[in-house]
Design a binder for this molecule. Structure first.
Ligand code: GMT
Length: 376
């Protein structure tokens, strides 16, 4: 049956990694399905490059009045959500993250005059890091119980949430998704970056937090680089950046590691890459893996969180134990020296990503959830 078009408010951190990408792309896809989409956030969603007449942006202004030691972001957000619920007559608020976004949405719903349903998507960090903190545990359980429907981006995250919190509400797994036909904009990046024809290219993309273990990526690269002419692209920025630069210098790799900082067009960088490494110790999904796979880049990831739900070991890439540098390096070398195997993995990775994680099918799952919560 054809779904009625709805007015959907999306609350997210648009510039924070995968969750921002997923929330923004979901909004765009919903607008393509003729829903009216209202982003409620501090900054304009960063991947919104085209004008959509049915996408609106409501900016949350955080007042920095000198009396307060900490600007009350959460309260400004809650009051903005309440205002938008009433003025725009929203049917649904889709909050990305339990804390603070679901909590703010629950508070806003109480303030607003109009009844609205709350769908909360758990992305990880709030559960796997904040959830461990006793101060937050109770609040996260509350956010989950008070939402009309909760989704998690992987089975692993669903199980972790069920184990860590005292909740009765069922959590539905809806995987993250990708555009099966990413847009490439540049053709001669390899030469622009000084990469020679015969060199193999490894890539890592993250926000350089400690949990991403970027140092392991550099250590693996050291072994690979000792065996073959190669370059490592490091994309992103974050708290570990300086430490990683120092490690690269110490290992004598500064000529071969290219620091690219934050980049919007990761697909261009992926098309020139042969192997993607995501060696995190915590990762509820790993959207960057999907982005690589859809560009035909095999990935090596760690055996934690949702990563094994995305990479099929020994078929689309490899799975290794966290911090097992030798094993990861060996697997990298195997893939980079065996063209036949590489081609097979590359084709399978792309097919698998499109078959299981394409935007169209995943967005339908969210639409079904909206429809179900509105029935009750
Ligand atoms: O990984 C981060 O530090 C950023 C965070 C985010 O908010 O984007 O990522 C989380 O959500 C992504 C989208 O669902 C997932 O792909 C990431 O695996 C997840 N990160 C962690 O669980 C550490």
């Amino acid at each position: 049956c054809v779904m009625m078009t709805r007015k959907i408010g999306i609350v997210c951190y648009p510039t924070v990694g995968g969750s921002g990408v997923v929330a923004t792309e979901l909004g765009i896809q919903l607008a393509e399905q003729n829903h009216e989409v209202h982003f409620i956030s501090t900054t304009m969603p960063f991947r919104l490059k085209k004008l959509y007449p049915n996408i609106y942006f409501h900016e949350v202004e955080v007042s920095n009045y000198p009396v307060f030691k900490h600007p009350p972001y959460d309260l400004s957000l809650a009051s903005k959500i309440a205002e938008v619920i009433d003025r725009e007559e929203l049917d649904i608020i889709h909050a990305h993250y339990a804390v603070p976004h679901a909590i703010c949405s629950i508070f806003a719903k109480q303030m607003a005059n109009r009844d609205v349903k709350i769908v909360t998507t758990l992305h990880g960090t709030d559960i796997t890091i904040l959830g461990i903190d006793d101060n937050f545990n109770h609040m996260i359980s509350y956010a989950i119980d008070q939402s009309d429907q909760v989704t998690a981006v992987s089975n692993s995250l669903r199980k972790q949430t069920e184990n860590a919190f005292n909740i009765t509400k069922p959590i539905e797994v809806i995987y993250n998704f990708i555009d099966p036909e990413p847009r490439y904009t540049q053709g001669n990046l390899r030469s622009q970056l000084g990469i020679q024809e015969h060199e193999k290219v490894l890539i890592h993309i993250s926000n350089f937090r400690q949990v991403k273990r970027v140092d392991d990526v550099v250590k693996v690269f050291k072994t690979v680089h000792d065996q073959m002419d190669s370059k490592l692209l490091l994309v992103g920025d974050g708290p570990e950046h300086l430490k990683i630069r120092n490690l690269v210098d110490e290992l004598g790799l500064s000529e071969s590691v290219i620091f690219l900082g934050r980049q919007d067009n990761v697909h261009d960088l992926l098309t020139i890459s042969d192997l993607k490494l995501l060696l995190s110790e915590k990762e509820s999904f790993g959207l960057v893996l999907l982005e690589a796979m859809v560009s035909g880049v095999p990935c090596i990831g760690t055996d934690i969180g949702g990563i094994p739900e995305v990479i099929i070991d020994n078929e689309t890439g490899f799975i290794s134990q966290v911090s097992d540098i030798d094993d990861i390096a060996q697997k990298s070398i195997t893939l980079l020296t065996d063209d036949e195997k590489w081609n097979e993995f590359s084709i399978k990775a792309k097919k698998y990503a499109i078959k299981h994680f394409s935007a169209e099918q995943i967005v339908k799952q969210y639409e079904n959830i909206y429809q179900n919560v509105l029935k009750n």
